[in-house]
Design a protein around this ligand. Structure first.
Ligand code: ZN
Length: 303
């Protein structure tokens, strides 16, 4: 079979690409222009990372919680002790409660306060801050928060029959155990000579807790040591409780106290907070074999 060769026909170039002349070449950036472009890119990156870091830093600075990334060393063993509880629940026993915010006592020791109210203890309270940040929303009305939260604290204190209540009025979120705060708490201790001081555990706090809580606990401890008034320090929001109060039959009282702080606990948030407190009370109660309890770390201050 004969081999057929197909003729390869090359298309003839009919148009001259340079008919209109040689096109202008794209301008090549000069070394100076390239350097300026690099500088602009670096500035853009710096602005982006700087702004992101700044926003994160501000958010961390503004949020009030402290986290112990390394857990505190809890005493081991940490046996249960009895802070002379027979006397604690006797009529007329002098008790001072030192807290950071207007709702702290009802939140953390509402059951114990209800119990002390029923046994007719002589109850005094110091609240270190004015609660002006409220819920920590941005742009809240600080002046309104102060008024509303003070009124709620007074209503709650009336419900558990506080004899006196002192508002130190420091700004919420910025509490420090400075000499002024310590001196003011010490003055209250020396005036009422409490046999028990209930406050936050600043030494062995729960792993995540509000910094004002820790600082209020620190200030109260220093004040108690300076005041030369022998007493039991009973510390709540602690990671190392060594005493548990049975509040099994006081849960409804605790809830009523919590509900007084309407600006803080309402709607589904109130239900969530109640569940959280109940879960914690179940855990503490299990330590002494009761349904609900409030755990505290107790130590005797003997100046
Ligand atoms: Zn608080």
């Amino acid at each position: 079979m004969p081999v057929r060769f197909t003729s390869l026909r090359f298309k003839r170039q009919t148009e001259d690409p340079f008919a209109d002349g040689i096109p202008e070449p794209k301008p090549v950036p000069t070394p100076e222009e390239l350097a300026a472009k690099r500088r602009r890119a670096i500035r853009g990156r710096l602005w982006f990372y700087g702004t992101t870091f700044g926003i994160l830093y501000l958010a961390l600075w503004y949020q009030p919680y402290e986290v112990d990334w390394i857990p505190r060393k809890i005493p081991n063993p940490n046996p249960l002790i009895d802070p002379d509880s027979k006397h604690l629940f006797e009529r007329g026993t002098r008790v001072l409660i030192v807290t950071a915010h207007p709702d702290d006592s009802e939140f953390f020791i509402g059951g114990l306060l209800s119990k002390l109210s029923k046994t007719k203890a002589e109850l005094h309270q110091v609240i270190c801050t004015d609660g002006d940040k409220g819920y920590y929303y941005f742009f809240t009305d600080a002046a309104k928060n102060r008024v509303v939260r003070k009124r709620e604290a007074l209503d709650a204190a009336r419900a558990w029959h506080a004899k006196t209540i002192e508002f130190l009025g420091y700004p919420d979120r910025f509490l420090h155990p400075n000499p002024d705060v310590v001196y003011q708490i010490q003055a209250v201790i020396e005036r009422y000579r409490p046999e028990y001081i209930l406050t936050f555990d600043g030494e062995l706090p729960s792993r995540v807790s509000h910094q004002d809580h820790r600082r209020a606990g620190d200030a109260a401890r220093i004040a108690a040591q300076k005041a030369h008034v022998p007493c039991w320090l009973m510390l709540f929001q602690t990671c190392a409780p060594n005493y548990v109060v049975d509040i099994s039959d006081l849960w409804e009282d605790q809830k009523k106290l919590l509900q007084i702080h309407k600006s803080q606990f309402f709607g589904s948030h109130l239900a969530g907070v109640e569940n959280m407190i109940e879960a914690s009370a179940e855990k503490d109660g299990a330590r002494i074999g009761v349904e609900l309890g409030e755990g505290l770390r107790c130590e005797k201050i003997s100046p």
